[in-house]
Design a protein around this ligand. Structure first.
Ligand SMILES: [Cu+2]
Length: 146
């Protein structure tokens, strides 16, 4: 009897957590987590044909997202640093990638955002990093489709 009672009690404790997991704050049809602002990490094509993508940094050592894919052509990349404390940057990992990209963001203070434009032609992966925090794992990859 006491064993059965404890099982029921455990179920009662778990139930609210299960219900919370089905929370209603996700937009219908959106499978992605809602941890970041609208439009972050989605590649869109502007009327002039330029591919636009926005990444976010915050008070941790993560690019959100840490991977994105573009087609060969012109890319307009914006990095938004929503951090309250941390300064980041965005640099292509030296001597990597199928072709050099000379645009980077050398300094991005808390609350600041910057945009760079660059061309890519060769399919492959371009590793990038925050050079301040690369030791702490703040890295990512841009893939250029073949
Ligand atoms: Cu950083």
């Amino acid at each position: 009897m006491s064993r059965r009672t404890s099982l029921v009690a455990a179920a009662m404790v778990l139930l609210p957590a299960v219900l919370a997991g089905c929370g209603s704050d996700d937009a219908p049809g959106s499978g992605a987590a809602q941890a970041t602002a609208e439009g972050i990490g989605t590649v869109t094509v502007a009327p002039d044909g330029v591919q636009e993508i926005t990444l976010q940094t915050q008070d941790d050592y993560v690019f959100t997202p840490d991977h994105f894919t573009v087609d060969p052509g012109t890319v307009r990349l914006t990095v938004v640093n929503v951090a309250k404390q941390m300064t980041h940057n965005f640099t292509w990992t030296p001597d990597t990638g199928p072709e050099p990209i000379d645009s980077s963001i050398s300094l991005l203070a808390p609350g600041q955002e910057m945009t760079i434009d660059f061309e890519v032609e060769t399919p492959g992966d371009h590793p990038f990093e925050c050079s301040f925090h690369v030791q702490l794992g703040q890295v990512g990859t841009m893939t250029v489709r073949g």
